[in-house]
Ligand binder design. Structure first.
Ligand SMILES: NC(=O)c1ccc[n+]([C@@H]2O[C@H](COP(=O)([O-])OP(=O)(O)OC[C@H]3O[C@@H](n4cnc5c(N)ncnc54)[C@H](O)[C@@H]3O)[C@@H](O)[C@H]2O)c1
Length: 481
């Protein structure tokens, strides 16, 4: 049994959500000793539900679909696809033919007669721009009523895209209230985001980009992992809230990519450059462009290139008279990260602040446009006593040319630059001994040890995720975790 499932097991008895981190792909899960695939009910027979029911039946599961819309129910029972999707109708007909697929409006019987219920009702945008959860709430209530008199364990699998927290804070209370049963005893719940693309949904089911299972307990996770085993033996098992967030983050990322490509196209067209030639080159860089690089939350970007080139592109857009709101949002977004760091430091109400790392990133002596210097400058001007350590800024470092460059472009840094000689220390121990707040700007083993050996009461503001496993320590705060 793999580690992640064991962790689920340990926490299952005690609590609803499991405080385990997003995992790497889990090794193959142990099969459940049961030859009969669990029977599944699917609530909501639209784009997601209809494809799920057809594909799951093809894996051998008896499937009963439920929808309030009688047209969809009739279509399924007649072997007609209720939506346009390649291959779907043939699969539905096969499922009807071999007796594995049926549909109705009868929640009570469908849920009571199955082991697992997939929920794929709509979650449209509400009038205030949020997410309309009315269909989810109604479905949860119906599931609760249907499992009220059921004697066996039931697993609810939430497939809808919803704001994080919805499954545990909205669905579970509705199910518990309507059923009189308690989570992780008589029923379990999973959040299993759907990544299908309409048009290739059936093919995507058999070759998913990933399978994510957020689970309330190990039993529910095992049941769902076993259902997906024929198409993915290494599901990512995470907390329910992380699984909910993954779905939103994925789609926002896809939207960001589309908008980025389109803004690039606007630049290129205005400049007479073939945008597809540019992006064909762009996508070939899988080391920095299309890769995990730059995709972990942390501190603001800086250095001699990124801020300057973003400004240059903003300027170019204005000159060309083209609309590039995404590119123009980058500098404000970056400055917001600097403001957040400042707010966190100010909220400690301590005045002696030590910085572990000053240059714009580790392993360089380049101070130009280091966002850490921006933070130091504001604190310096506001009368804080600041000390900084950086192994790459030593007496032999020629800071003059960099400082001249910075003070010309960024006059607001003049004060902290003048004081830099006195601010820098060559002893981490001294810094840790003298400061009430440690701001970690670079990741290093030396700083990990410094944070761990600090005086009691010293606050830590971590801008770089110094530890993989977050410290259970009230004096420690991460900027985005
Ligand atoms: N369409 C996609 O490509 C896609 C992909 C990933 C995730 N999702 C998410 O999956 C969910 C479903 O999306 P969809 O596109 O399949 O929606 P859809 O509107 O096509 O289908 C929803 C179905 O649910 C039915 N329904 C609503 N309330 C019901 C209830 N109480 N009981 C029974 N049936 C009920 C509706 O009649 C409808 O047939 C949404 O949260 C969506 O964001 C959709």
């Amino acid at each position: 049994m793999n580690m992640h499932i064991n962790r689920l097991r340990d926490s299952a008895a005690t609590h609803k959500t499991i405080p385990f981190p997003v995992t790497a792909r889990a090794p193959r899960l142990a099969p459940i000793p049961n030859d009969t695939p669990p029977a599944i009910s699917v609530i909501g027979l639209g784009y997601v539900g209809a494809v799920s029911m057809a594909c799951l039946s093809e894996l051998g599961h008896p499937i009963h679909g439920i929808d309030l819309d009688m047209n969809k129910v009739d279509a399924i029972n007649d072997g007609r696809a209720p939506i346009v999707e390649a291959g779907l109708e043939d699969m539905l007909q096969a499922g009807i033919g071999n007796g594995l697929i049926s549909a109705s409006r009868n929640f009570q019987q469908a849920v009571a007669d199955t082991d697992v219920t997939f929920v794929s009702v709509g979650t449209p945008t509400s009038k205030d721009g949020g997410c309309d959860l009315s269909y989810v709430v109604a479905a949860a209530r119906s599931i609760g009523e249907a499992i009220r008199h059921k004697s066996s364990y039931h697993v609810v699998v939430m497939r809808c895209s919803v704001p994080p927290g919805t499954t545990m804070d909205t669905m579970v209370p509705e199910i518990e209230k309507a059923s009189g049963k308690t989570l992780n005893n008589e029923f379990g719940i999973c959040f299993n985001p759907e990544f299908l693309r309409e048009g290739t949904a059936v093919a995507d089911f058999y070759e998913p980009p990933k399978t994510v299972i957020g689970a309330s307990d190990c039993r529910a996770a095992e049941v769902l992992a076993e259902i997906y085993r024929p198409v993915d033996t290494t599901p990512l098992i995470v907390t329910i809230a992380a699984a909910e967030m993954v779905k939103y983050v994925d789609n926002v990322w896809h939207a960001t990519k589309v908008s980025f490509a389109n803004e690039t196209g606007r630049f290129c067209k205005a400049l007479g450059i073939d945008s597809h030639e540019v992006m064909n080159v762009f996508v070939q860089d899988q080391k920095l462009n299309l890769s995990p690089y730059y995709l972990k939350p942390g501190f603001a970007f800086g250095g001699s290139c990124l801020p300057k080139e973003v400004r240059a592109m903003e300027h170019l857009a204005t000159q060309l008279g083209i609309k590039t709101p995404l590119v123009k949002s980058l500098t404000p977004s970056n400055l917001a990260q600097v403001e957040i760091a400042l707010d966190m430091i100010e909220a400690t109400n301590r005045k002696k602040v030590g910085f572990l790392g000053v240059t714009f990133k580790p392993d360089t002596d380049d101070l130009r446009e280091s966002p850490t210097l921006d933070v130091m400058a504001r604190l310096h001007d506001d009368g804080y006593e600041i000390t900084a350590y950086d192994p790459n800024l030593t007496e032999s470092t020629d800071l003059n040319s960099q400082l001249n460059y910075i003070s010309g472009a960024r006059p607001e840094l003049a004060g902290v630059i003048d004081a830099l000689d006195h601010t820098l220390t060559d002893s981490v121990c001294q810094l840790v001994g003298n400061c009430d707040v440690l701001v970690v700007s670079h990741k290093s083993e030396l700083y990990r040890q410094a944070v761990q050996s600090r005086r009691p009461g010293t606050q830590v503001i971590d801008l770089v995720r110094l530890f993989d496993d977050l410290p259970d320590d009230s004096g420690y705060q991460g900027i985005s975790w």
